[in-house]
Design a protein around this ligand. Structure first.
Ligand code: GRF
Length: 191
Protein backbone atom coordinates (compact mmCIF):
# COMPACT_ATOMS: atom_id res chain seq x y z
CA UNK A 1 0.00 0.00 0.00
CA UNK A 2 1.31 3.45 -0.84
CA UNK A 3 2.30 5.73 2.00
CA UNK A 4 -0.21 8.45 2.72
CA UNK A 5 0.86 11.78 1.25
CA UNK A 6 0.63 14.81 3.51
CA UNK A 7 0.95 18.53 2.99
CA UNK A 8 1.68 20.69 6.03
CA UNK A 9 0.71 24.37 6.07
CA UNK A 10 2.57 26.54 8.59
CA UNK A 11 3.35 30.22 9.13
CA UNK A 12 5.82 30.27 11.99
CA UNK A 13 8.26 28.19 13.96
CA UNK A 14 7.17 24.81 12.68
CA UNK A 15 7.63 22.62 15.75
CA UNK A 16 4.48 20.71 14.79
CA UNK A 17 5.77 20.29 11.23
CA UNK A 18 8.96 18.84 12.70
CA UNK A 19 7.06 16.49 15.02
CA UNK A 20 5.13 15.12 12.03
CA UNK A 21 8.26 14.89 9.88
CA UNK A 22 10.06 12.95 12.63
CA UNK A 23 7.15 10.54 13.01
CA UNK A 24 7.19 9.94 9.25
CA UNK A 25 10.94 9.34 9.36
CA UNK A 26 10.95 6.91 12.29
CA UNK A 27 7.92 4.89 11.17
CA UNK A 28 5.35 6.02 13.73
CA UNK A 29 3.44 7.38 10.75
CA UNK A 30 3.07 5.43 7.53
CA UNK A 31 3.09 8.71 5.65
CA UNK A 32 5.34 11.27 4.03
CA UNK A 33 5.21 15.03 3.88
CA UNK A 34 5.36 15.85 0.18
CA UNK A 35 4.89 19.62 0.49
CA UNK A 36 5.31 22.33 3.12
CA UNK A 37 3.28 25.46 2.36
CA UNK A 38 4.22 28.68 4.15
CA UNK A 39 2.53 32.06 3.80
CA UNK A 40 5.37 33.92 5.53
CA UNK A 41 8.56 33.93 3.46
CA UNK A 42 11.46 33.77 5.93
CA UNK A 43 9.59 31.81 8.61
CA UNK A 44 11.64 29.36 10.67
CA UNK A 45 9.57 26.42 9.47
CA UNK A 46 11.24 26.78 6.05
CA UNK A 47 14.65 26.02 7.59
CA UNK A 48 13.21 22.95 9.28
CA UNK A 49 11.71 21.78 5.98
CA UNK A 50 15.08 22.17 4.30
CA UNK A 51 16.71 20.07 7.01
CA UNK A 52 14.22 17.25 6.46
CA UNK A 53 14.42 17.55 2.66
CA UNK A 54 10.73 18.46 2.32
CA UNK A 55 9.81 20.46 -0.76
CA UNK A 56 8.49 23.84 0.34
CA UNK A 57 6.47 26.59 -1.24
CA UNK A 58 6.58 30.03 0.40
CA UNK A 59 4.30 32.76 -0.85
CA UNK A 60 3.03 36.17 0.19
CA UNK A 61 -0.78 36.35 -0.05
CA UNK A 62 -0.47 40.07 -0.81
CA UNK A 63 1.03 39.16 -4.18
CA UNK A 64 -2.31 37.63 -5.24
CA UNK A 65 -5.48 39.47 -6.06
CA UNK A 66 -7.65 37.28 -3.82
CA UNK A 67 -7.73 34.26 -1.52
CA UNK A 68 -9.37 32.32 -4.35
CA UNK A 69 -6.41 33.18 -6.61
CA UNK A 70 -3.71 31.76 -4.34
CA UNK A 71 -5.85 28.86 -3.19
CA UNK A 72 -6.42 27.87 -6.83
CA UNK A 73 -2.65 27.65 -7.20
CA UNK A 74 -2.32 25.70 -3.94
CA UNK A 75 -5.03 23.21 -4.98
CA UNK A 76 -3.19 22.59 -8.23
CA UNK A 77 0.11 22.00 -6.40
CA UNK A 78 -1.56 19.65 -3.92
CA UNK A 79 -3.30 17.68 -6.66
CA UNK A 80 -0.15 17.43 -8.77
CA UNK A 81 1.63 15.87 -5.79
CA UNK A 82 -1.21 13.48 -5.00
CA UNK A 83 -1.77 14.89 -1.52
CA UNK A 84 -4.24 12.89 0.58
CA UNK A 85 -4.49 15.15 3.65
CA UNK A 86 -3.63 18.76 4.46
CA UNK A 87 -2.43 19.37 8.03
CA UNK A 88 -2.60 22.96 9.22
CA UNK A 89 0.08 23.51 11.84
CA UNK A 90 0.16 27.13 12.85
CA UNK A 91 -1.19 28.34 9.49
CA UNK A 92 -2.63 31.72 10.48
CA UNK A 93 -5.29 32.02 7.79
CA UNK A 94 -8.91 31.06 7.37
CA UNK A 95 -9.16 28.44 4.63
CA UNK A 96 -11.48 29.56 1.82
CA UNK A 97 -14.07 27.66 -0.22
CA UNK A 98 -11.62 26.97 -3.07
CA UNK A 99 -9.34 24.82 -0.92
CA UNK A 100 -12.09 23.43 1.31
CA UNK A 101 -14.11 22.35 -1.73
CA UNK A 102 -11.19 20.52 -3.30
CA UNK A 103 -10.18 18.71 -0.07
CA UNK A 104 -13.49 18.12 1.67
CA UNK A 105 -13.02 16.40 5.06
CA UNK A 106 -9.32 16.11 4.25
CA UNK A 107 -8.02 19.29 5.95
CA UNK A 108 -7.26 19.18 9.67
CA UNK A 109 -5.94 21.73 12.16
CA UNK A 110 -4.34 21.76 15.58
CA UNK A 111 -5.26 24.44 18.11
CA UNK A 112 -3.80 25.10 21.58
CA UNK A 113 -7.04 25.08 23.59
CA UNK A 114 -9.88 22.78 24.47
CA UNK A 115 -12.21 23.89 21.67
CA UNK A 116 -14.78 25.30 21.39
CA UNK A 117 -13.27 27.49 24.12
CA UNK A 118 -10.62 30.06 23.26
CA UNK A 119 -10.58 30.19 19.49
CA UNK A 120 -8.18 32.57 17.77
CA UNK A 121 -4.53 33.51 17.71
CA UNK A 122 -3.99 34.08 21.46
CA UNK A 123 -5.65 30.98 22.85
CA UNK A 124 -3.14 30.20 25.61
CA UNK A 125 -2.97 33.77 26.92
CA UNK A 126 -6.76 34.12 26.68
CA UNK A 127 -7.23 30.95 28.74
CA UNK A 128 -4.73 32.17 31.36
CA UNK A 129 -6.49 35.55 31.55
CA UNK A 130 -9.79 33.74 32.09
CA UNK A 131 -8.37 31.84 35.04
CA UNK A 132 -8.41 28.41 33.38
CA UNK A 133 -6.77 25.52 35.28
CA UNK A 134 -7.24 22.70 32.76
CA UNK A 135 -5.52 23.61 29.51
CA UNK A 136 -5.41 21.58 26.37
CA UNK A 137 -5.05 20.98 22.69
CA UNK A 138 -7.58 20.06 20.01
CA UNK A 139 -7.28 18.58 16.55
CA UNK A 140 -10.28 19.04 14.29
CA UNK A 141 -11.49 18.96 10.73
CA UNK A 142 -11.41 22.40 9.17
CA UNK A 143 -14.48 24.29 8.03
CA UNK A 144 -14.95 27.86 6.83
CA UNK A 145 -14.98 29.30 10.37
CA UNK A 146 -12.12 30.25 12.71
CA UNK A 147 -10.99 27.11 14.56
CA UNK A 148 -14.32 25.46 13.72
CA UNK A 149 -15.12 21.95 12.49
CA UNK A 150 -15.71 18.56 14.09
CA UNK A 151 -13.23 17.61 16.82
CA UNK A 152 -11.01 14.57 16.25
CA UNK A 153 -8.78 14.43 19.36
CA UNK A 154 -8.11 16.40 22.53
CA UNK A 155 -5.39 16.32 25.16
CA UNK A 156 -5.34 18.17 28.49
CA UNK A 157 -3.00 19.26 31.24
CA UNK A 158 -3.71 20.73 34.67
CA UNK A 159 -1.58 23.82 35.29
CA UNK A 160 -1.94 26.14 38.23
CA UNK A 161 1.36 27.99 37.89
CA UNK A 162 1.92 31.44 36.44
CA UNK A 163 4.80 30.93 34.01
CA UNK A 164 3.33 31.32 30.53
CA UNK A 165 6.49 29.99 28.89
CA UNK A 166 6.41 26.82 30.98
CA UNK A 167 2.72 26.38 30.18
CA UNK A 168 3.30 26.97 26.46
CA UNK A 169 6.01 24.28 26.46
CA UNK A 170 3.67 21.83 28.20
CA UNK A 171 1.01 22.53 25.59
CA UNK A 172 3.44 22.18 22.70
CA UNK A 173 4.56 18.79 24.02
CA UNK A 174 0.96 17.61 24.00
CA UNK A 175 0.47 19.00 20.49
CA UNK A 176 3.39 17.09 19.03
CA UNK A 177 2.04 13.73 20.24
CA UNK A 178 -1.59 14.52 19.57
CA UNK A 179 -1.04 15.46 15.92
CA UNK A 180 0.70 12.16 15.26
CA UNK A 181 -2.19 10.29 16.90
CA UNK A 182 -4.71 12.21 14.79
CA UNK A 183 -2.86 11.63 11.53
CA UNK A 184 -2.75 7.92 12.34
CA UNK A 185 -6.54 8.05 12.68
CA UNK A 186 -6.80 9.70 9.26
CA UNK A 187 -4.50 7.08 7.73
CA UNK A 188 -6.53 4.25 9.23
CA UNK A 189 -9.87 5.98 8.58
CA UNK A 190 -10.76 5.82 12.28
CA UNK A 191 -12.41 9.14 12.93
C1 GRF B 1 0.64 25.74 17.71
O1 GRF B 1 0.41 26.10 19.05
C2 GRF B 1 -0.65 25.34 17.04
O2 GRF B 1 -1.56 24.72 17.90
C3 GRF B 1 -1.20 26.68 16.60
O3 GRF B 1 -0.05 27.39 16.18
C4 GRF B 1 1.09 26.93 16.89
C5 GRF B 1 2.15 26.56 15.89
O4 GRF B 1 3.36 26.23 16.50
N1 GRF B 1 -2.22 26.52 15.60
P1 GRF B 1 4.56 25.63 15.63
O5 GRF B 1 4.84 26.61 14.51
O6 GRF B 1 4.12 24.30 15.11
O7 GRF B 1 5.72 25.52 16.57
Amino acid sequence: MKRVRLAVFASGSGSNYEAIAEACADGRLDAEIVLLVCDKPGAKVLERAKRFGTESFAFNPKDYESKAAYETLLVRMLQERGVDFVCLAGYMRIVGPTLLGAFEQRIVNIHPSLLPSFKGAHAIQDAVDYGVKIFGVTTHFVDETLDGGRIIDQGAVVYEGSDIEELTNLIHNIEHKLYVKTINKLINKKY
